[in-house]
Design a binder for this molecule. Sequence first.
Ligand code: HEC
Length: 153
Amino acid sequence: MHKLARLGMFAIAATLGAASAAHAQFAKPEDAIRYRQSVMFLQAQHLGRIGAMVKGARPYDKDVAVANAQVLEQLARLPWQAFGAGTDQGGQTRALPAIWKDTAKFEGEQKKLMDNTSALLKAAQTGDLGALKQAFGPVAQTCKSCHDDFRKD
Ligand code: HEC
C-alpha cells in the first residue's frame, strides 16, 4: 500500500477509535444526558462573557475574549457524542426526536457551530473589537437555529 494511503487509514482508524472510546465512556444514558447538558451550560457561560463585551456591558479586553473563545472552540466539539442512540429518554429531556430523525441536519448545525467558534477565536486573536462583534453574531445565531429545530422551549 502507498505510504500516504496507509497513513490515511491509520488516521481514520485512530479517529474512529477515539470516537468510540469517548462513546463508551458513558456508563448509562443519564450520564450522556448530564454530560451534554453540562457542556451546553458551559457554552452559554463562555459565550455570555464574550457577549457582554460585544454589547458594551463589560469593557473590552482582548485576553478575556481570547480565553473565552478558546474554551468555546473546544466545548463546541463535545456535546455531540452524548446524543447517541438510547439517550432520547422518551422525551424527558429537552432534546427533540428530530435529532434522531433528521440526523444530517443536526450534524450540519454541529459543524456550523464548530466552524463559527473557530472563526470567533481567530477574530478574538486579532484584538479588534469590530472583528469580534462580527464573528459573535454567527455563533449566537447557530445556537438559536439549532435550538429552534432540535430543542424543546
Ligand atoms: C447542533 C444543535 C445545538 C447547537 C449548535 C447548540 N445547542 Fe444548546 N442544546 C441543544 C439541545 C438538543 C439541547 C437539549 C439537550 C437535552 O436536554 O438533553 C440544548 C440545550 C442547551 C442548554 C440547556 C442546558 C441544560 O442545562 O439543560 C443551553 C444553556 C444551551 N443549549 C446553550 C447553547 C449555546 C450557548 C449554544 C451556542 C454556543 C448552543 N447551545 C448550541 C442543541 C444545540
